[in-house]
Design a protein around this ligand. Structure first.
Ligand code: ARG
Length: 381
């Protein structure tokens, strides 16, 4: 903790290269992909606040899941120093080219609150690698992404269980992360347009045989036996999705051994297993309502399109009410988060000194971070 203090005085540029250093030392961003060619309204880039173009301020990926909630990885917000403060990052929502500052300006939002999973890092490194970010105002002009339900995940996963490694259902992962393992910060900042790549879902057994029994937790693997295509450093926190019947987010970019190496797929937090954490704060029933509405739309289309529009508006109003309820719950969260910071400090990864952790177990946290850093030198995240 003390060692991290001086970093607080660093300028943004220096802080960025510092984080880039920490990045490239341990892992890597989209490999073997292409530009998506378009913006996705729910795609989010976490950035440092600042005046430079957003591609110079990148931190992690994320996704918009409700009008004032963004989903990311816990390891993007819990660092060795503890939980990062809401004012230390912004989120850019629905951008395609991060270098287009005029466009990004309107899409950049401040963060009101950050809530990592209370069990992040419990049971195994990076287990429950998921966090919620509450925006300080709702996004009114972007449609959130749908999150997978356990039932839909099981249906997709059944295909993976029945396939040989790499032949499972295709998922799409996207982000502004590295194009190869160990890319420098300078080179990564030249990736300004959103990249994506399709990767195959692996069965749980295939995933465990790549990384070891008991190492996966509530997560899944995606990639190819020969590697070549993968998410990478800087893509963390971003979504992996199925596009089979509209975009549905199945997972969150979490970790991997290097990037795109043979036999080492990307590991993604499994939303189907972690939905209850999200639902504590976010009303996801709106999604179901949307689905229902869509179904209705099909029926109604013949009759009257205007009626459909009204239905949508009603749904939005309901969401507002629900959000208010969420705000009440947040008080509890603050307490939880305090505990989390300490617990998670042990398993926090990318080192950067802007964490706002409390003193008590700082020594232990520092020591375990150092040990973790040493261990990670030869692998992961
Ligand atoms: N943990 C990395 C990050 O913070 C993401 C690593 C993903 N690795 C992989 N091989 N898919 O950006």
């Amino acid at each position: 903790m003390k060692l991290l203090q001086p970093y607080k005085a660093l300028t943004l540029t220096a802080a960025l290269s510092l984080s880039a250093f920490a990045y490239s030392e341990t892992s890597q961003r989209i490999v073997g992909g292409t530009e998506t060619g378009e913006a996705y309204p729910w795609m989010v880039s976490m950035v440092f606040p600042g005046t430079q173009a957003a591609n110079e301020r990148k931190w992690c990926g994320a996704s918009l899941i409700a009008e004032n909630w963004v989903l990311t990885a816990a390891h993007c917000v819990v660092l060795s120093g503890g939980l990062i403060s809401p004012s230390s990052r912004n989120v850019v929502i629905g951008a395609y080219d991060l270098s287009e500052s005029n466009d990004v300006q309107d899409k950049e939002y401040k963060i009101a609150e950050i809530i990592p999973h209370p069990q992040y890092g419990v049971g195994g490194q990076y287990f429950n690698d998921i966090a919620l970010i509450k925006l300080n105002k709702p996004v009114t002009d972007a449609q959130p992404v749908k999150l997978v339900t356990p039932e839909i995940f099981e249906a997709i996963n059944a295909q993976a269980e029945a396939s040989s490694t790499g032949d499972g259902p295709q998922l799409t992962v996207m982000g502004w992360g590295d194009a190869y393992s160990g890319m420098s910060w300078t080179d990564n900042s030249k990736i300004t347009k959103l990249q994506s790549v399709d990767v195959a879902l692996w069965s749980h057994d295939q995933c465990e045989s790549a990384y070891g029994t008991g190492r996966i937790g509530p997560a899944f693997c995606a990639g190819f036996p020969e590697g070549k295509k993968d998410s990478c450093q800087g893509d963390s926190g971003g979504p992996i999705l199925s596009s089979e019947s509209g975009w549905v987010q199945l997972g969150i970019v979490s970790w991997g051994y290097g990037c795109a190496g043979a036999g080492k797929p990307g590991v993604y937090s499994k939303i189907a297993d972690l939905r209850s954490f999200i639902e504590e704060y976010v009303d996801l029933s709106e999604e179901d309502t949307d689905t229902d509405t869509d179904t209705d739309t099909d029926t109604d289309t013949d009759t009257d399109t205007d009626t459909d529009t009204d239905t949508d508006t009603d749904t939005d109003t309901d969401t507002d009410t629900d959000t208010d309820t969420d705000t009440d719950t947040d008080t509890d969260t603050d307490t939880d988060t305090g505990t989390d910071s300490n617990g998670n400090g042990d398993s926090g990864d990318k080192e950067k000194g802007d964490g706002s952790s409390s003193g008590g177990s700082a020594g232990i946290i520092l020591l375990s971070s150092l040990l973790l850093a040493l261990r990670r030198r030869q692998a992961i995240v």
